[in-house]
Design a binder for this molecule. Structure first.
Ligand code: FMN
Length: 184
């Protein structure tokens, strides 16, 4: 029951991203159980199978190594056009190859989606869920996290909504148990 290393993949590249602020809020919530760190996706070239030779782009290798080193993955993402942002899909594709050697394989994961709108990124959350069985990633089914009206929950970097903070704490506690149960 040592500390589990969690790679957080944030689906937005925006500097003031709410997804990133949510991730930062969640990072300290399971001291001693989860050591959570954002693995950046902004420098990944668009996936092109032609580049994925014996010496792939260094950014691909670095990203795959960081994902492989993790015991679990936390996705925190906005919704773009009722789906996931292209940058996040690209990162998933990069981590999924070479064929048969996906970095994601077997990693327990959980998803938090958010939106300034009311639906909390439900469409993105479920589009992301669709990819996970193919990557053989056990995805935590509950609690589900569709965080709506997100703009009102922050004052700068600080999450000021205590009820949301409490929900995220219970989400992280469940995720810690999920990783413990389904991890390698
Ligand atoms: C290209 C694009 C498409 C979007 N589509 C949706 C959408 O389908 N549903 C939604 O709730 N919000 C949508 N939004 C608004 C995002 O939810 C909002 O910009 C959010 O704050 C982005 O997350 P971030 O703060 O982590 O960057 C869209 C934004 C962009 C830029």
């Amino acid at each position: 029951m040592g500390t589990k290393k969690i790679a957080i993949v944030v689906g937005s590249l925006r500097k003031e991203s709410f997804s990133r602020k949510i991730a930062a809020t969640m990072m300290g919530m399971a001291p001693g159980k989860l050591d959570m760190e954002i693995v950046e996706i902004r420098d990944l070239p668009l996936y092109n199978e032609d580049d994925d030779t014996a010496s792939p782009p260094p950014a691909f290798t670095a990203f795959r190594d960081r994902i492989r080193a993790a015991d679990g993955i936390l996705f925190v993402t906005p919704e773009y056009n009722r789906s996931i942002p292209g940058a996040l899909k690209n990162a998933i594709d990069v981590g999924s190859r070479p064929y048969g050697k996906a970095a994601w394989t077997g990693k327990p994961c959980a998803i938090v989606s958010q939106s300034p709108g009311a639906l909390g990124g439900f469409g993105a959350n479920h589009h992301l869920r669709q990819t996970l069985p193919f990557l053989n990633m056990p995805a935590m089914p509950a609690p589900e996290a569709y965080l709506g009206g997100i703009a009102a929950k922050f004052d700068g970097e600080t999450m000021v909504d205590e009820s949301l903070r409490g929900f995220l704490q219970s989400f992280v506690d469940s995720f810690a148990a999920w990783v413990e149960r389904h991890g390698a």
